[in-house]
Design a protein around this ligand. Structure first.
Ligand code: HAM
Length: 449
């Protein structure tokens, strides 16, 4: 038997209803905040991620699905064919062969793709600076509850020239308030917002220096990843999950001690607005996030019921990212929600969201399928959720099916009923049965009794 690849999964009903509910709700919320949808490609050139997310991050150094297209083998075959004047075999076009291989990567996150599109299409000229996306991302991580190799993110980015206010602490607070609103609207109650500022490049240089110094005498006792990070990118030491390293990491200097005046003020203003709109947060100066592009505000929302993978979403500011990808200065801030984790957190209420059939229509005896189909059509036009049996089913089987489906009513369509143009409607739970004229059926079913 061929099974889904490790770390990937099928989403089946009724869970898909929950996904649709989540997506419809977030689209509504994004509309209210004037965000517009962007859809970027699922694979991009590898460089895009190594330059933005950062070479030394876990994502780029260990978790990306990267491949050469065409493969060196295909390319060689193609060259030989062209040289010998043959048609290149299979899927390769002469142009692909002349251009050579390109390293491409299944996107592990979507911020880099959005910023690339912002630059490529000069979106600032169109005033498009509030964008959102919903879609799959890929990371080769060890699969466990809430962690998959293909997972879905719901994300948003506010990006634009500083003259459009994109650097303002008001944007940070607006994004965080949006998230609080969104989680409340979805019925996720027990979230915690962890907030930090990771400073700007100047602060970071001083902080990195301090980290290097603090790590020097102790790094020999740390894991091999940390030994490398201590030299190349000391901030990444905070991504370490090795238990034995944690007491050392706990004693390292904190970024909050290194913020310069403007960064400190920016961060204070974000906090002031959050307090004034009533969004609660916890300061956490250990939160540096696992991607290199962040500057100033960084945040995560955690949720108690999720266990080890408790970050339901993460985000922050990335004021220098556009320039590092060859674009204009365009400060930005955004977030991505792990949709799989959001749905896990909501799962208990799945029953409430999934609409069960209002009625199961049971045709009884030969010739009744067409009568039942007519009735089903009428009822569905009145927004009744109806499911349909078959005239060959015995009544007992119809009852069993109706209760398995969780229908509230069963409607019997037999010869006598058709003649009388009134149908036996039975409430499954109480067993109560009434005869209802055709014209009153929809209303009766919708009223629920
Ligand atoms: P991130 O923290 O890497 O940030 O991912 C955001 C969220 O995606 C996580 O909090 C988690 O809920 C979910 N997630 C990550 N990996 C997995 C996985 N393997 N399985 C299930 N869920 C996962 C970013 O991706 C940034 N692009 C966010 C951002 C947008 N920052 C600024 N703008």
């Amino acid at each position: 038997m061929i099974k889904a690849v490790r770390g990937t999964r099928d989403l089946l009903p009724p869970e898909t209803a929950l996904w649709n509910f989540v997506e419809a709700t977030v689209r509504d919320v994004f509309r209210a905040y004037n965000f517009h949808e962007i859809r970027t490609p699922i694979f991009e050139s590898t460089q895009l991620f190594s330059r933005s997310v950062g070479e030394e991050t876990d994502i780029v150094s260990k978790e990306m699905y990267t491949f050469l297209d065409p493969t060196p083998h295909e390319l060689l075959e193609g060259y030989l064919a062209l040289k010998e004047g043959r048609e290149p075999s299979g899927k390769l076009l002469p142009m692909d062969i002349l251009l050579g291989s390109q390293s491409v990567t299944l996107r592990p996150e979507n911020t880099a793709g959005v910023v690339r599109a912002y630059i490529e299409h000069k979106l600032w000229e169109r005033g498009l600076n509030k964008l959102y996306y919903i879609g799959p991302q890929f990371r080769r991580e060890r699969p466990q509850k809430g962690r998959y190799r293909q997972f879905s993110q719901i994300g948003a980015e506010v990006i634009g020239p500083a003259s459009a206010g994109s650097e303002s602490p008001a944007r940070d607070a607006e994004i965080l308030e949006l998230l609080a609103t969104l989680l409340d609207r979805l019925g996720i109650e027990t979230w915690t917002l962890q907030l930090n500022s990771v400073g700007c490049p100047n602060d970071r240089a001083a902080y990195n220096e301090a980290l290097r110094k603090a790590l020097e005498p102790v790094v020999g006792q740390m894991c091999s990843d940390c030994q490398r990070r201590a030299v190349t990118n000391p901030l990444r030491v905070f991504d370490c999950k090795v238990p034995a390293d944690q007491p050392i990491i706990d004693k390292l200097p904190r970024i909050s001690e290194f913020l310069d005046g403007p960064c400190r003020r920016h961060f204070e203003q974000v906090q002031e607005i959050l307090k004034s709109v009533g969004v609660e947060f916890q300061l956490n100066d250990r939160l540096v996030r696992g991607l290199d592009y962040y500057s100033r505000t960084a945040f995560e929302f955690t949720h108690g019921a999720l266990g080890a993978q408790n970050a339901i979403l993460g985000g922050g500011r990335y004021d220098g990212l556009s320039e590092s990808l060859g674009g204009p200065s365009a400060p930005g801030i955004g977030f991505a929600i792990g949709e799989d984790r959001l749905v896990l957190a909501l799962k208990e209420s799945a029953e409430a969201v999934q609409r069960k059939p209002d009625v199961y229509i049971a045709p009884l005896g030969e010739g009744m399928n067409k009568e039942a189909a007519r009735l089903a059509r009428e009822l569905r036009r009145h927004d009744v959720v109806a499911d349909l049996g078959d005239e060959t089913f015995r009544l007992k089987k119809s009852f069993e099916t109706a209760s398995k489906l969780g229908a509230r009513f069963i409607l019997i369509v037999g010869e006598n009923e058709v003649k009388a143009d009134a149908f036996a409607l039975k409430t499954l739970e109480s067993g109560e049965q009434v005869s209802v004229p055709r014209a009153e059926l929809a209303q009766r079913i919708q009223s629920g009794h």
